[in-house]
Write a protein that binds this ligand. Structure first.
Ligand code: SAH
Length: 344
């Protein structure tokens, strides 16, 4: 069985080289080639033929295939559907902002969290993505689109903290100065609120932005929308967010999808404001995006305005997230795993 070389950091490649009786200093060179998206050792033209053959015998290089690429007519957002080596398929979105391009990547094939408003949950979890597969989403989105990626959000399909080890490794790969060198402050990780993993992440003090998908500040509503709330609870989640802020100095964001008649009353707003103040969180309001299989509707414009007014009154900071890629189903909660052969 060959090993996945693109999931290795330079120091791990160096170790492998030492085991092979090769000079360690080649590791950074090899890592840099991989971070440029080469698909064979043959292309690593500054390595000897002998070393290239030795690497070929021990390792493989992942390379996703574009099954479908959709470009939004509204705002230029690009959605990719990639085929992975085992025939599974995941989506990645590239969004253009004034300050550069942000890529939204998937972290799992499917998702086991079961949030009732989200398309990614339909069909459950198939498997975790490897560090290399997540890196490929960034690398090949950049290569194919020709747009320099400056920011990454882990907000595609899957729950990043349910694939904790691979996600941390991916962050180290994409941040490495010999590779894509994307700064941690340019990366945001979103979670449905796996409290115990938030504490583990805080210990690493990575300086990335932590987004927490809250969607309701009371246990009754939240447990109904998000099974992950059961056995954890909002109070424990908010405490974990406060510890994250204290440990890292980085303000947490709350994501709050406004769902008509479900979480958009004045009472919901007051409770949300209180929870946000308790842990210094900033609130991102997202008008709910439609998911064909789901009956939920977005809150009305007037409810949204009233909600924002109450948050303001109670001293909580909020912004409304701009909707991108609406015509190609590239918005929050609309990404889904697909079978490669169908591509839909
Ligand atoms: N599993 C992680 C990463 C996914 S990020 C998490 O839950 O945070 C995707 C974001 O879109 C999450 O905040 C999710 O709750 C939100 N979302 C899901 N379905 C949505 C919908 N129909 N409309 C708006 N936002 C939605």
């Amino acid at each position: 069985m060959k090993a996945d070389i693109k999931s290795l950091l330079p120091e791990e490649i160096a170790e492998a080289l030492a085991e092979m009786g090769e000079p360690k200093y080649r590791a950074k060179q090899i890592f840099a080639w991989l971070s440029r998206g080469v698909s064979s050792f043959e292309e690593m033209s500054d390595l000897s033929k002998r070393l290239r053959a030795a690497l070929e015998a021990r390792f493989f290089i992942t390379r996703p295939k574009v099954i479908r690429k959709q470009v939004s007519q509204l705002d230029g957002t690009i959605k990719y559907l990639w085929e992975l080596s085992d025939g599974n398929a995941v989506e990645t979105v590239v969004m253009r902002y004034k300050h550069g391009c942000t890529v939204c990547i998937s972290t799992q094939v499917g998702c086991r969290q079961g949030c009732v408003f989200c398309a990614s949950a339909i069909g459950g979890l198939v498997r975790n993505l490897s560090p290399a597969e997540m890196l490929d989403e960034v690398l090949f989105s950049q290569r194919d689109s020709g747009k320099a990626i400056s920011n990454i959000v882990l907000m595609g399909i899957g729950e990043p903290l349910d694939n904790y080890e691979h996600v941390i490794k991916f962050l180290k790969l994409v941040n490495n100065s010999n590779g894509m060198a994307i700064g941690m402050r340019h990366i945001a990780l979103s979670t449905c609120g796996l409290t115990e993993k938030i504490d583990k992440l805080a210990e690493l003090n990575l300086q990335l932005t932590l987004s927490v998908s809250l969607h309701a500040a009371d246990d009754e509503t939240r447990a109904r929308l998000m099974p992950a709330n059961r056995g954890r609870g909002v109070a424990a989640l908010v405490s974990a967010c406060r510890r994250y802020f204290e440990k890292t100095g980085r303000r947490v964001s709350f994501e709050y999808a406004m769902i008509d008649g479900v979480n958009d009353t004045p009472g919901h707003a007051r409770l949300l404001a209180q929870r946000a103040r308790e842990c210094g969180a900033h609130i991102n309001l997202i008008p709910l995006n439609r998911v064909t299989e789901r009956a939920f509707r977005p809150s009305s414009r007037s409810n949204l305005k009233r909600f924002i007014g109450i948050l303001d009154e109670h001293g909580a900071n909020s912004t409304v997230r701009r909707r991108l890629g609406g015509d190609v189903e590239a918005s929050c909660g609309q990404l889904r795993k697909k079978a490669a052969e169908i591509g839909r």
